[in-house]
Design a protein around this ligand. Structure first.
Ligand SMILES: Nc1ncnc2c1ncn2[C@@H]1O[C@H](COP(=O)(O)OP(=O)(O)O)[C@@H](O)[C@H]1O
Ligand SMILES: O=C(O)C1=C[C@@H](OP(=O)(O)O)[C@@H](O)[C@H](O)C1
Ligand SMILES: [Mg+2]
Length: 184
C-alpha cells in the first residue's frame, strides 16, 4: 500500500470525537508512515492546552495556529496527519490539505456524543447543550467535509483497527481515479 501511495500524505478530517487521532496513529503504523496530530503540534508549540489557548487567545488565534501548523507539515511526505475538526473552515487550509489524500471519517452525532460525554478537552463542547452544539457544527461543516477524496462512514461497533482496514481498502480506488484525471 505504501508503494501505491508513493509517500503521499494522508489527512484525516471529520468531527471531533470521530476518531481521527486514534485511527490516524494506527493507520500510520500500518503504512510505515510518521504520525502527526495538528492539535498536539499546536499544544507543544504554545506550551498550553487547547482549552487554555481558546480561553487566553480565543478561537481565531487557535485557527491561525492551526493553519500555520498545516502549512509547515504539508512540506513533508510519508505522514498520516490527524487534523482538528475545524480545519476545514478556512479556505487557505484546503490548499495545504490538497497536497495529500484527504479522508473524511464520518459518524452520526449520537456516536460522537457518546464518546465525548466525559471529555472536557474540547472547548467548543463546553456548552449547556453539547448535542445541539455538535449538530450545529456538523450542519455548518458537512458540505466542507464532503470535499474529501474519501468518505468513510463509521458504525458504533467498528473498532479503530476495522476502520483502518476500511481506509486501506478504499485508498486504491481513489488513487486510480486521480491517475485517470491526470491522464485526461
Ligand atoms: N472506533 C472507536 N471505537 C470506540 N471508541 C473510539 C473509537 N475511535 C475513537 N474512540 C474514542 O473516542 C474518543 C475520541 O477519539 P479521538 O481519536 O480523540 O477523536 P478525534 O481526534 O476525531 O476527536 C477517544 O476517547 C477514543 O478513545
Ligand atoms: O472541531 C473543532 O473545531 C475542534 C476539534 C478539536 O480536535 P478533534 O477534532 O481532534 O477533537 C480541536 O482542534 C479543537 O477543540 C477544535
Ligand atoms: Mg483529535
Amino acid at each position: 500500500m505504501s508503494n501505491l501511495l508513493r509517500g503521499v500524505n494522508l489527512y484525516l478530517i471529520g468531527m471531533m470525537g470521530v476518531g481521527k487521532t486514534t485511527v490516524g496513529r494506527l493507520l500510520a503504523k500500518e503504512l510505515g508512515y510518521g504520525f502527526l496530530d495538528t492539535d498536539d503540534v499546536i499544544v507543544k508549540a504554545a506550551g498550553k492546552s487547547i482549552n487554555e489557548i481558546f480561553v487566553d487567545e480565543g478561537e481565531a488565534e487557535f485557527r491561525q495556529l492551526e493553519s500555520d501548523v498545516l502549512a509547515q507539515v504539508c512540506a513533508y511526505t510519508k505522514l498520516t496527519i490527524a487534523t482538528g475538526g475545524g480545519i476545514v473552515l478556512r479556505r487557505e487550509n484546503w490548499g495545504y490539505l490538497r497536497h495529500g489524500l484527504i479522508v473524511w471519517l464520518d459518524a452520526p452525532v449520537e456516536i460522537l456524543l457518546n464518546r465525548l460525554a466525559e471529555d472536557d478537552t474540547r472547548p467548543l463542547l463546553q456548552d449547556s447543550d453539547p448535542e445541539g452544539k455538535l449538530r450545529s457544527l456538523l450542519e455548518q461543516r458537512q458540505s466542507l467535509y464532503s470535499q474529501a477524496d474519501l468518505h468513510i462512514t463509521i458504525a458504533a461497533t467498528q473498532t479503530p483497527e476495522q476502520i483502518v482496514t476500511c481506509v486501506l481498502d478504499a485508498i486504491p480506488s481513489v488513487l486510480k481515479n486521480q491517475d485517470f484525471q491526470q491522464q485526461n
